[in-house]
Ligand binder design. Sequence first.
Ligand SMILES: [Zn+2]
Length: 374
Amino acid sequence: MAPMIAFTAESLSTPITTIARPVLIVEDGTIVRLESRHGVELPSGVDLVSFNDCTIAPGFIDIHIHGSAGYDVMQADQSARSHFEHFLARHGVTSYYPTTVTAPLDITLTALERLADAMESAEGRGGGRPLGVHLEGPFLSHARRGVHSPEDLLSPTIVMFDKFWQAARGHIRVMTIAPELDGASDVIAEATRRGVCVSIGHSDATLEFARRGVAVGARHATHTFILGEVLTNENVTADVIADGFHVAPTVIDLLFKAKGPDNIVLITDAISAAGMPDGNYKLGLLEVDVQGGKCVRDGRLAGSALIMDRAVQNVMNFAKCDLQHALRAATANPARVVGAQKKGVLEPGADADFVVLTAEGEVRATVINGTLLQ
Ligand SMILES: [Zn+2]
């Protein structure tokens, strides 16, 4: 048995409510008690770690990330993965969903096998943990493919989806798909049945197709600012890359107002360039040029160099929301959308994954599975 540890700070955001002067007691990586410090007697022999004037919040969860710190989740050499996961943790990200980009079939299948290995060996690496694969492509619209390679896009079929599923050994948790493609409805329904969060994206869908996608199971929308359905259907959550390049700050403000703070999910869509100087970087097999933090290929945006702690700070500025509402979009909302149990909220029984923030949203410390990262 690991010893109990108690943590305290100025405040704690669950992030549904705020607790002033909290005490959070952790045992074996799980939160066993959480209450206001006032009048609480700590069990004898319990160490108290104090973060003084800071706020404790759930660790950030990034459900759409291709890489950071020079590492790409699809690259063959995985020796930099641990460095990448520690980079994430230093920026408050305790869980992430490595996201594939459209590539030739054999390369995608091999990448999925490696990512399954990464999920199954995550314990002990100490950084942010991969919880499931996000399959972005190849079931995307030609018209809205962005930088995804056109020759590698595929028509959705259950047989093909199952190939990916087997390669990833069942670890696919999110899939982006264009609902207007032939066969998409069947694949959306099957993926939903297997517990995958199906997200509408890279789509040229009319309202009718968007509605059909939602009717058979889609619950989330990727990179979607065009669909009235996303803004008005309360069963659909929306994600946003709050870097100021993909969507204007005023549109982020609008999106928060239209969807409310419980239905927005912050993602980074970060590529290997995040946390690195300007230059040339890889996104899967694609070369991407990064200038002034903007990631571009052939004149199109190709992912971002955003990091989640910055996304939270940007949203506080762009949408003028307080820390707690910005936090929900990076913690409780993504956890709910992808069905990550015991993540994204701080309460007894939840995993002790949390971040320590200043009032401005700067990360001071990160705790994963009850362990304070040095
Ligand atoms: Zn992406």
